[in-house]
Design a protein around this ligand. Structure first.
Ligand code: HEC
Ligand code: HEC
Length: 295
């Protein structure tokens, strides 16, 4: 039985990522590599904290966010009641409404594909009014401190539980980090209990200095990010803030612009930015932007 799960896990693992040679660590996908009770403990802990926090979410929050449609696509289920998001979804608190609506439009048209395809389906299920209401609500939120970026040679040994939650393998020793970002909650309940930081991102030693050079000057390989993302990388006009958010998410988006998973007219400026970046540049850039203050 276990073997079947392992085989299934390997087959269902990010097909998209494998097909396009994108690194698996940036696309957490439930891997079934742990015994069932270990897998189950993670989702049960998640259920327990949701049961505690969901009833406190105000009725004034748009229904689509609290309840989704037909019990499906509950926005706060993946993006958290704070909108600050999990590494396996996206930070959406404080996004400019125009950017938010453009992403939903791109999910609907197929210009942007989500590595968890449910997201595109949720966008397709929404009415224009629901998209407007969600965009306005999230634009009104202010992200707080969210992530600690830690340079290290090693990281906790992790697996990907249900809901694509990256979790510690119980009682395992740390393992070599290598050229990856390993990002996980400092405590399983912490993402639901702002203020943060809620997550720790383990990044290779030297990433922050290398990332600072690339982000602040382009280092001959790219364009300084503040040119478009504004002072402090806190966003301007319809260009989103990128400071102080998930490092794993930032890296994944850069990979997605590079291989066209985020495509179409809106992605064109970013495709030029990532064209000459290698995987280690992307790790360094993601580490550095995540380490900047979120506001
Ligand atoms: C099953 C989990 C899940 C649910 C539920 C969900 N999302 Fe998402 N969302 C994602 C994922 C995964 C992404 C894309 C991450 C990526 O591309 O790397 C995403 C991305 C987004 C983005 C783009 C953010 C960006 O930075 O560009 C927006 C906006 C968004 N979601 C809004 C919503 C709204 C509104 C709802 C409720 C109707 C919702 N999501 C429900 C998982 C979810
Ligand atoms: C020429 C302008 C420009 C430059 C320079 C630029 N960006 Fe962007 N960036 C954009 C635009 C426009 C978007 C939104 C595109 C879309 O709608 O998909 C974006 C989106 C992003 C996103 C996705 C955000 C999210 O929440 O999903 C990330 C991450 C990002 N940029 C990182 C960077 C980094 C890192 C740099 C510097 C290395 C950079 N950008 C430089 C214009 C730029």
């Amino acid at each position: 039985m276990k073997k079947i799960f392992v085989v299934l896990g390997v087959v269902c693992a990010p097909l998209l990522a494998q097909a396009q040679n994108m690194p698996e660590w940036a696309f957490p996908t439930t891997d079934m590599t742990q015994p069932q009770d270990v897998q189950r403990a993670v989702t049960q802990a998640d259920d327990a904290i949701r049961a505690q926090v969901y009833p406190t979410v105000a009725e004034s929050v748009p229904e689509i966010i609290r309840k989704g449609k037909n019990g499906n696509g509950v926005c706060m289920g993946c993006h958290l009641p704070s909108g600050q998001g999990q590494p396996q979804s996206a930070p959406i608190a404080g996004l400019p409404a125009a950017y938010f609506i453009r992403q939903m439009t791109d999910f609907i048209s197929g210009d942007r594909k989500a590595y968890r395809p449910q997201m595109a389906q949720f966008a397709k299920n929404m009415t224009p009014e629901e998209i407007q209401a969600a965009a306005a609500y999230y634009a009104s939120l202010h992200p707080g401190p969210w992530i600690e970026v830690r340079e290290s040679d090693t990281a906790p040994k992790t697996f990907v539980a249900g809901r694509e939650i990256v979790a510690r393998v119980p009682a395992a020793a740390e393992e070599p980090l290598g050229a990856r970002i390993v990002e996980l909650a400092s405590e399983p309940a912490k993402p639901y209990l702002p203020p943060g930081p809620a997550y720790i991102a383990y990044v290779p030693k030297g990433s922050l200095a290398r990332g600072a050079a690339l982000v602040n000057t382009g280092a001959g390989k790219t364009t300084a990010c503040a040119t478009c993302h504004g002072a402090g990388l806190l966003g301007q006009a319809d260009i989103p803030a990128i400071a102080g958010r998930s490092a794993l998410h930032a890296a994944r988006e850069l990979f997605e612009y590079k291989d066209g998973t985020r495509g179409g007219a809106s992605a064109a400026p970013m495709q030029a930015v990532v064209a000459n970046l290698q995987q280690d540049d992307i790790i360094a850039i993601a580490a550095y932007v995540a380490s900047r203050p979120a506001r």
